[in-house]
Design a protein around this ligand. Structure first.
Ligand code: ZN
Length: 251
């Protein structure tokens, strides 16, 4: 199934996790890399638009959490694509199952699940999708804030630290779109909020919630009418409105 979300952008995912294909001519950039079990979803989407994984030139990561990294190493090895990540998240790519001490979430998942047992569906879903066998990425190119990456689609890096120390959004002016990763989402599986409400992700998966709120300011000046999050549906509308709503996510 092919889900087109902008003139040259396609969404791939399973309802809980989303990643994106950015097309420029014959070449593709993958924005985030889903979970290991998403390989079939990706190849089906690429087939649907007349492409294949061999056309993937780059995998750019909004951050190094395992539900965004799943296919990165496989694609790097199979296609020679370059994997890109913010310098502050690069170390985490070598240990996707165990974030470095200085990137750990604020709260423990175990305690949260005791209070909210229905949230167990998130780790179960991740497990079924192979998250816990996500391979380490053995080679990645680091980027910094403000860089325009020389990859298909020419995304520009906008640092939005907080969810992880190296969390970024990618602004693609030609598509009027911002890929927000987990800095701003419209669905938080743990909390159970579905739909299109802009929000930040809770402290169980976020390193520094206060910083995550403050960082959203960096998105407000961007010329875009479409936000493409790592979880949840695309948000169509004014970025400043989305940021204002996300800032008020209850903690
Ligand atoms: Zn994340």
């Amino acid at each position: 199934m092919v889900t087109k979300v902008a003139s040259d952008v396609y969404r791939v995912g399973d309802g809980m996790v989303s990643f994106y294909v950015l097309v420029e001519g014959a070449d593709l950039t993958l924005v985030d890399a889903g979970l290991p079990a998403h390989y079939g979803l990706l190849t089906a989407t690429l087939e649907g638009i007349g492409r294949s994984v061999q056309d993937v030139r780059a995998v750019i990561l909004t951050h190094a959490h395992l539900d965004h990294v799943g296919l990165a190493e496989r694609l790097r090895q199979e296609t020679g694509a370059t994997v890109w990540v913010h310098a502050r998240d690069k170390a985490a790519l070598s240990t996707p199952l165990k974030p470095p001490v200085d990137a750990k979430p604020e709260s423990g998942l175990g305690r949260y699940l005791l209070r909210h047992p229905t949230a167990l569906r998130v780790p179960l879903h991740l497990a079924r999708s192979g998250a816990f066998r996500t391979p380490a990425v053995t080679s990645a190119s680091p980027f910094d804030d403000g860089m325009t990456l020389d990859v298909p689609g020419r995304p520009r890096v906008v640092a939005v630290p907080g969810h992880t120390p190296g969390s970024v959004a990618f602004h693609v002016p030609a598509q009027g779109a911002v890929f927000t990763g987990d800095a701003l989402v419209t669905h938080d599986g743990l909390v159970g909020l579905t739909g299109t409400e802009p929000q930040i992700i809770g402290p169980v998966f976020t390193h520094d919630t206060a910083q995550a709120r403050t960082s959203l300011e960096a998105l407000t000046s961007l010329d875009a009418g479409l936000l493409l999050p790592g979880h949840g549906d695309p948000f169509h509308g004014d970025v400043t409105d989305a940021v204002a709503q996300a800032r008020h996510t209850p903690s």
